[in-house]
Design a protein around this ligand. Structure first.
Ligand code: PMP
Length: 401
C-alpha cells in the first residue's frame, strides 16, 4: 500500500482548469477565454520580435555562461526593472532608496514580498480587494500573512465601490498592508480614476498603511508604459514606502520564462541596503537564485534604445488589439439587441472583461457553445478575434435571454 494512499484527488485550479476542460472538448468551434495569455488575431500565442532579436544576441555572445547568478538576480535587470516601473529620473532610484530582487515573475515576487513582510514587518494583516486574482489569498496565506478583504467592485454599477473601499481601509488596523492592483484590475477590469487614486493614497498615508502593488500589466492595459504606472508613481512620489511586484509575463509575452521583480521602496538608502540583504535571506532557502535567461532577455531589450522602442510599438499593438475586441464585442451585442447595458465591456481596462454573467449562464455557454471561461463570468479579451466575436455574442445573447 502506498504511503500516499490516503490522498484525495485535488480539484483543478479554477483558472488553469478551464484550459484542461477546453483541451478535452473535440468541438471545432470551441473557444478558450479562460487563461490570461495573449493570442493573435489568428488565435496563436505570440513571441515578440524584440524577444526573438534579444535571444539571437544572447546566443551569439560567446562570453555568456550558465553560471549561477546572484541570489537577488541580475544587477542590470534589477536596475532596469525598477526604472521601468518608477520612471526615468525617479528620485527614489536617484537616492538609492529602492531594493530590488529578480523573482519568479509576479507570483514569485508577491510570495517573496509576503515572506519578507511576515518576518520583518510589525503588522501581518494584508487587505485584498473583492474580488481579486484567485491566487492572491493563497500566496499571502502561505507567505505567513493573514488575509482580510476590502470592498472593491460594485455589481450594481459594474464599477468601483469607491466609498466602500475607503470605509474598509479606514477601518483597517494601523500599519496593515494593502494589496493594490497597479492597473487593469484582475478580474474586474475596473481601475480607480486618478482622483480616486489620490483619495486612496491620502487615506493610506494618513492611516500609516503599507501599500503592496501588484503590477502584472504595465503597458499592456492602455498601451502606454507610463500611463499604466500612474498609481505606483503617485504613491512613490510622496516619499513614502511601498512594495511592488512586477511581472514581464504579459507585457513582454515571457509567460513561461518566469521573469519579474520585487522592489521595495524605502525611506532611506541605508534601510534599502538592509532590506536587500534580508531579501536574500528569504530567497536563498527558497530557490537559491533565479533563472538567467528571461531576465537576460528583459535586460537586453530595456538597455537597447532600438529594441526598447520596438518593444513599445509591439506592446501597443497588443493593447490596441484587445481594446478593439472590446468594441467589436460591444457592437455585436448591440446589433443583436441583447438585453442589458453592456457599456462596461468598453469601459473596463486590460486583459479581462468582467461580464456580469453568472455561474449558470457560464455553464450554459460552455455546454451549448463550447466557450470556456471562469465561472465568475470573466472573459479574456486577448483570446478573442474578429472571427470569434460573433460566436461569443450569440452565446451571451442566448445565455441572458
Ligand atoms: N497578479 C495578477 C493580478 C495577475 O493577473 C497575474 C497573472 N495572471 C499575476 C499577478 C502573476 O502572473 P505571473 O506569475 O505569471 O507573473
Amino acid at each position: 500500500v502506498s504511503a500516499f494512499q490516503h490522498l484525495e484527488q485535488a480539484p483543478e485550479d479554477p483558472i488553469l482548469g478551464v484550459t484542461v476542460a477546453y483541451n478535452k472538448d473535440p468541438s471545432p468551434v470551441k473557444l478558450n477565454l479562460g487563461v490570461g495569455a495573449y493570442r493573435t488575431e489568428e488565435g496563436k500565442p505570440l513571441v515578440l520580435d524584440v524577444v526573438r532579436q534579444a535571444e539571437e544576441l544572447l546566443i551569439q555572445d560567446r562570453s555568456r555562461y550558465k553560471e549561477y547568478i546572484p541570489i537577488a538576480g541580475l544587477v542590470e535587470f534589477n536596475k532596469l526593472s525598477a526604472k521601468l516601473i518608477l520612471g526615468d529620473g525617479s528620485p527614489a532610484i536617484g537616492e538609492k532608496r529602492v531594493a530590488t530582487a529578480q523573482c519568479l515573475t509576479g507570483t514569485g515576487s508577491l510570495r517573496v514580498g509576503a515572506e519578507f513582510l511576515s518576518k520583518h514587518y510589525s503588522q501581518h494583516i494584508i487587505y485584498i480587494p473583492v474580488p481579486t486574482w484567485g491566487n492572491h489569498p493563497k500566496i499571502f496565506n502561505l507567505g505567513g500573512l493573514s488575509v482580510k478583504t476590502y470592498r472593491y467592485y460594485d455589481p450594481r454599477t459594474s464599477g468601483l465601490d469607491y466609498e466602500g473601499m475607503l470605509e474598509d481601509l479606514h477601518a483597517a488596523p494601523p500599519g496593515a498592508i494593502v494589496l493594490l492592483h497597479a492597473c487593469a484590475h484582475n478580474p474586474t477590469g475596473v481601475d480607480p480614476t486618478q482622483d480616486q487614486w489620490e483619495g486612496i493614497r491620502q487615506l493610506i498615508r494618513l492611516k500609516g498603511l503599507l501599500p503592496f502593488f501588484d503590477s502584472a500589466y504595465q503597458g499592456f492595459a492602455s498601451g502606454s508604459l507610463d500611463a499604466d504606472a500612474y498609481s505606483v508613481r503617485l504613491f512613490v512620489g510622496d516619499g513614502g514606502e511601498c512594495l511592488i511586484a512586477q511581472s514581464f509575463a504579459k507585457n513582454m509575452g515571457l509567460y513561461g520564462e518566469r521573469v519579474g521583480a520585487l522592489s521595495i521602496v524605502c525611506r532611506s538608502a541605508t534601510v534599502a541596503t538592509r532590506v536587500e540583504s534580508q531579501l536574500k535571506l528569504v530567497i536563498r532557502p527558497m530557490y537559491s537564485s533565479p533563472p538567467i535567461h528571461g531576465a537576460s532577455i528583459v535586460a537586453t531589450i530595456l538597455s537597447d534604445r532600438n529594441l526598447y522602442y520596438n518593444w513599445t510599438v509591439e506592446l501597443k499593438n497588443m493593447a490596441d488589439r484587445i481594446i478593439s475586441m472590446r468594441h467589436q464585442l460591444y457592437d455585436a451585442l448591440k446589433a443583436r439587441g441583447t438585453p442589458g447595458d453592456w457599456s462596461h465591456i468598453i469601459k473596463q481596462i486590460g486583459m479581462f472583461t468582467f461580464t456580469g454573467l453568472n455561474k449558470d449562464q457560464v455553464s450554459f455557454m460552455t455546454a451549448e457553445y463550447h466557450i470556456y471561461l471562469t465561472s465568475d463570468g470573466r472573459i479574456s479579451m486577448a483570446g478573442l478575434s474578429s472571427k470569434t466575436v460573433p460566436h461569443l455574442a450569440d452565446a451571451i445573447h442566448a445565455a441572458v435571454l
